[in-house]
Design a protein around this ligand. Sequence first.
Ligand code: GLV
Length: 325
Amino acid sequence: MNTSELLPEVDVIEGVYLCTRLDLPELFSAAMAEKKGLRLYRPEDVPDPARIRFALVWAPAEDAFDAYPNVELVQVIAAGVDGVLHNPSLPENAVVTRVHDPEQAATMAGFAVWHVVWHHRKMGTYLKAQQDANWSRYLIKTLKSPSLITVGILGYGLMGKAIAQATAALGFQVLVASRTAGESEAGITRISGDDAVNEVAAQADILINVLPLTPQTRNVLNAKLFAIMPKGAALIQLGRGDHLVEEDLIAALDSGQIGGASLDVFKQEPLPDTHPFWTHPNVVVTPHEASVTTPEVVANALENAINDVAAGRCPTSIVDLKTGY
Ligand code: GLV
């Protein structure tokens, strides 16, 4: 036997995949194979847990990190990190990083504006009419120009900014709710402060949610918020399922207070097949795919973060554990 097979390679940094929901090795092993300085294992294949210095994760089990006392870096495969930050076994001193990818934001922006146009142009009406070969020009008398429609965006991070710019480029009025005050860009009005979400929602004909999930934003999309929105407004929910009180949305849709909703994220995923959202006439359901990122982007993010940590630098994609994003 070649004894070198039994020895750890000193220049290889070892890590572990930790996930309860996806087969991460199947998704990422080809991209990770390109990263010659890194080696990732399934938990059951880890040769020596004490040598594991990083983890690539998505929805890890509550005790997932217990076996790996020397983990220094936890790289989340997505932009949202809510499924990891409150993990009770997360090592206290580990740096948590996430994906911060302009391409992912551009993908999200494309998805968001598609839904903005869907609600502005009442596309569901055309699809139903087509089934009956019904040529009716529904909007000829009522269509408002984009400049008369206010699109509200909750969240002004990488995703919120990309969505705001793409929406403003189509001529809509754009209002964003941002935790921090700062400059507004051309065509985008920025509102900050404790009441920013309400101020934006109160004016939004179409409201897009891309907030991070934190204790402050949990259940932020609720009956009270829907009640202050313009009657018949639309909701585009791209944040996290726990932002939305689902029964409040169904009541608001049924009363007509909310005219339509596009929902990509849910309290329970996959959305149970008996859930009323599937069949609601004014709801568009998609399976948490508003923005996806490629394995190569995740592998690069991980490699950059590991290099930063190894060199004593703060990774650019580090998560602030206080704000939760
Ligand atoms: C997707 O949900 C993400 O957080 O990137």
